[in-house]
Ligand binder design. Structure first.
Ligand SMILES: [Zn+2]
Ligand SMILES: [Zn+2]
Length: 133
């Protein structure tokens, strides 16, 4: 187990039930409890988050910037996590997905790089000049 894994496993809410919040991106009222995760850190509808934590769950950041979901990260155990980037300070955070996250939004985010490839996809699978050896 790596240090990063250990840090992610210590994500426990500081005091019991987390508070509900209103999504700063889509305005949806989001209940604090999320199925499949210890605490809610992003909107299940649009997946945006808010920069409120110094460390996961501590709610000690004064930034309060909106955090845009920029990527899906697959952890070694196969679990999906969202990578959020703060619009205000550019901080990057990885957050577990919740059981009620919008699946279409998750998949749209996951396939975004394939939808906008930096090179023609028909180049894939072409025989390459491997040279000797
Ligand atoms: Zn939202
Ligand atoms: Zn921030």
């Amino acid at each position: 187990m790596t240090d990063v894994d250990r840090r992610f496993q210590s994500q426990t809410p500081p005091d019991g039930c987390p508070a509900a919040f209103v999504c700063g991106q889509c305005g949806r009222a989001v209940p604090g409890l999320a199925p499949g995760t210890d605490y809610r850190n992003h909107c299940p509808a649009c997946l945006w988050s808010m920069h409120v934590d110094m460390r996961p769950g501590d709610r000690r950041s004064g930034c309060r910037g909106l955090m845009e979901p920029v990527a899906v990260w697959v952890r070694p155990n196969g679990e999906w996590a969202l990578v959020h980037r703060c619009r205000q300070c550019d901080a990057l955070r990885a957050n577990r997905i919740a059981g009620d996250d919008n699946e279409l939004a998750l998949v749209s985010l996951a396939v975004r790089p394939l939808a906008r490839p930096p090179f023609p996809l028909d180049r894939l699978g072409m025989p390459r000049d491997r040279g000797p050896g």
